[in-house]
Design a protein around this ligand. Structure first.
Ligand SMILES: Nc1ncnc2c1ncn2[C@@H]1O[C@H](COP(=O)(O)OP(=O)(O)OP(=O)(O)O)[C@@H](O)[C@H]1O
Length: 315
């Protein structure tokens, strides 16, 4: 890894839900004590099943939501401690691309307006040539500037979402499932565009996905999350997993036999409720290797610093 650009230190987020006159609110840790670094120019992937806390982590890293505890530093600046004004200034350096380009683009505005908005909010005057340049940077013709989001295909809309995210020339971009709502062939084009933009603009990415195959294709290192915690960090895309959960994710992704692709559902045991995690390892209820110790003690992320794993019985 190159020198860290983003440092995430023991970051946690607790959510409360329900509660009323007679019921106590329930609390859960969507992100639990996550510590990670992202090197300059790196593509760090975060993978895990739905509800494991990927999007919450993404939002915390950009301080779109406030952490319950922990810190995020960008090039040495602790963004969790910044005032609103200072945060606004540093936000220019950070951007987010969302899963659903349709809901993140206002249908009432033309693409020229949609693309100019982030600049206008910063008090900048935008020449039409700048909009053409932004469209060209994501492979779209200038002729589309007057179109509205509903006139575009899903892939074109995501290209606009990317151009808009890059409007203020950020150097750190969080990609939250940017291709999840697209067909496979379009997915490949968007990933190629993101790779090209990274090379051309020297971007650093945090790439969130539930698809380990895609993450292995696109990312330099891979963080695997389970129920709010990091259970393994793969140092590259070739290294074999050591956590039984990562192994199961990988088997389900790459098995040529469709029956084996369902291995995640076929893991015996239930996913515990995030509101009532059992003691010990959260994966123990589904893990083929679980022992009494796993049901009693919580394994810390540790071992090899370049390839840490949170497991008492790693592969
Ligand atoms: N604002 C909120 N209030 C209460 N609970 C929340 C809130 N946002 C997320 N959660 C809960 O936190 C947990 C993690 O959610 P999160 O969206 O981060 O997971 P995810 O891995 O991104 O899942 P998905 O891929 O389905 O989006 C889930 O159990 C979710 O229900």
């Amino acid at each position: 890894m190159t020198a860290p650009m983003v440092k995430i230190d023991a970051l946690s987020k607790r959510f409360q839900s329900g509660g009323g006159l007679f019921a106590k609110p329930r609390t859960m840790m969507a992100v639990r004590e996550v510590t990670l670094s992202i090197g300059k120019g790196e593509v760090l992937g975060v993978v895990g099943e739905s509800g494991c806390g990927k999007s919450t982590l993404a939002r915390l890293v950009l301080r779109l939501i406030e952490p319950t505890s922990g810190r995020v530093t960008i090039d040495g600046t602790d963004i969790t401690a910044l005032s609103a004004g200072a945060l606004r200034r540093i936000r220019r350096r950070m951007a987010m691309v969302f899963q659903d380009p349709y809901s993140s683009l206002d249908p009432r505005y033309s693409l020229a307006d949609v693309l100019a908005e982030p600049l206008r909010l910063q008090g900048e005057v935008i020449a039409p040539a700048r909009v053409d340049e932004m469209l060209a940077s994501v492979g779209l013709p200038a002729a589309l500037a007057a179109s509205h989001p509903h006139q575009l295909s899903g892939g074109q809309r995501q290209r606009v979402g990317i151009a808009r995210a890059l409007a203020l020339k950020p150097d750190f971009v969080v990609l939250d499932e940017p291709t999840a709502s697209l067909d496979v062939s379009i997915q490949a084009q968007i990933i190629a565009l993101l790779a090209d933009l990274r090379d051309r603009l020297g971007l650093t990415y945090l790439f969130i996905s539930h698809d380990l195959g895609l993450v292995r294709y696109f990312c330099d290192r891979i963080v695997v999350m389970y129920l709010g915690s990091v259970v393994e960090v793969l140092p590259d895309t070739r290294t074999a997993p050591r956590h039984p959960y990562t192994r199961a994710l990988m088997d389900s992704n790459f098995a040529p036999d469709p029956a084996r692709r369902r291995v995640i559902e076929m893991l015996t045991g239930e996913v515990p409720s995030p509101f009532a995690l059992p003691p010990g390892c959260a994966f123990a209820t589904r893990c083929p290797r679980a022992s009494d110790r796993c049901r009693r003690d919580t394994p810390a992320l540790g071992g090899d610093a370049a390839h840490p794993v949170a497991c008492f019985h790693p592969l």
